[in-house]
Design a protein around this ligand. Structure first.
Ligand SMILES: [Fe+2]
Length: 336
């Protein structure tokens, strides 16, 4: 374990690695082991109806990935995404209560437990927790309090589209970048990293995170990315919405658009939604084209699709999408 030793720095000034020693990180993030013991939440492994013989960690569904990135020392990261917490306090009003009822059913009601299990796994087996967005399903005081409870300095990551939604379909929301601006202060207060763009160097590997929750990036993020490249370190780019590549688009289309239909053609689907916006938005299109030629880019970690799929992005980087953490999915990425 090397959290917040001299090898890990935040260069953006939003957090101070050296100001928060490893023991504080462990207290804040990995204290969840203690929470498991005291919480009244159901625990899947203790539920006699589900997996009665399973061991403590076997309820996680983990994929394994190795990236030879040129690290100064081997280490690993637990990459999770799309936990979709659905909590609301009783006093938070009608919309939040309705969302809590409906969306807890949608995501199974085990999301907090899945997050705790994942963090417990990370404590015992990895050096780093990376969450690529949709930690909450919508904004509520209760969800923001859960974010503060479970995340600490060592919990690094990016926003998801759901982070920016106060009431989902139940109220008229400011959309796009305007909506982000309205909602950013609450999110900034809860999440322990820069929600727009951030960077952490771990054993000579630069983890760069950015908000691309509607599929696109901004010129400010492109500029900040170029500044990171100038440091000359290998880069792992981490974000919520994947950059469209053929195999990822095909899997996305098969799972989400062709649900209930058998596989009939390997032809790539026409771009839609985030994929379409990535092609139509000039800043994003140019950024993706540039990234494909950037030799320092060694991998991309993303979520959003709720399925585990990977595809080559560039000559030096494969893009790895992790399935939904609400279903106890995660991927341990080893680096050397
Ligand atoms: Fe998402």
């Amino acid at each position: 374990m090397f959290w917040y030793t001299g090898t890990m720095k935040n260069e953006k000034g939003s957090l101070s690695g050296s100001a928060l020693p490893r023991r504080d990180f462990l207290k804040r993030v990995f204290a969840v082991g203690g929470l498991v013991a005291t919480s009244r939440l159901p625990v899947l492994a203790d539920d006699p109806a589900i997996f009665p013989k399973r061991g403590r960690y076997e309820r996680l569904v983990l994929a394994y990935i190795h990236i030879d990135v040129g690290a100064t020392k081997p280490f690993s990261v637990l990459h999770i995404s799309d936990t979709h917490l659905t909590e609301a306090y009783p006093e938070e009003g009608k919309n939040k209560q309705e969302l809590k009822r409906i969306r807890t059913q949608t995501f199974g009601g085990r999301q907090e437990e899945a997050l705790r299990d994942s963090l417990a796994w990370a404590k015992a087996n990895t050096d780093f927790v990376l969450h690529t967005g949709d930690l909450v399903d919508w904004m509520s005081d209760a969800n923001m309090d859960l974010v503060k409870k479970y995340t600490g300095e060592g919990f690094f990551g990016s926003m998801g589209n759901h982070e920016f939604s106060p009431d989902m379909w139940l109220s008229k929301e400011a959309e796009g970048e305007a909506g982000k601006a309205v909602n950013a202060p609450k999110l900034k207060a809860a999440y322990p990293f820069d929600i727009r763009f951030d960077s952490k160097v771990v054993n000579g590997v630069n983890f760069v995170t950015l908000d691309d929750v509607y599929g696109t990036v901004g010129t400010d993020q492109v500029e900040r990315f170029h500044a990171e490249v100038k440091r000359g370190l290998p880069i792992i780019l981490c974000m919520h919405v994947p950059f469209a590549t053929p195999a990822i688009m095909r899997a996305d289309d098969k799972f989400w658009h062709k649900a209930g239909k058998k596989f009939e053609t390997a032809a790539f689907p026409d771009p839609w939604g985030d994929n379409k916006r990535q092609r139509e938005d000039a800043v994003t299109r140019d950024f993706i084209a540039y990234l494909k030629t950037e030799p320092l880019l060694k991998g991309i970690l993303a979520g959003h699709l709720h399925i585990t799929v990977q595809d080559r992005f560039s000559p030096t980087a494969i893009q790895y999408i992790v399935g939904g953490n609400f279903m106890f999915h995660g991927q341990e990425v080893t680096f050397a």
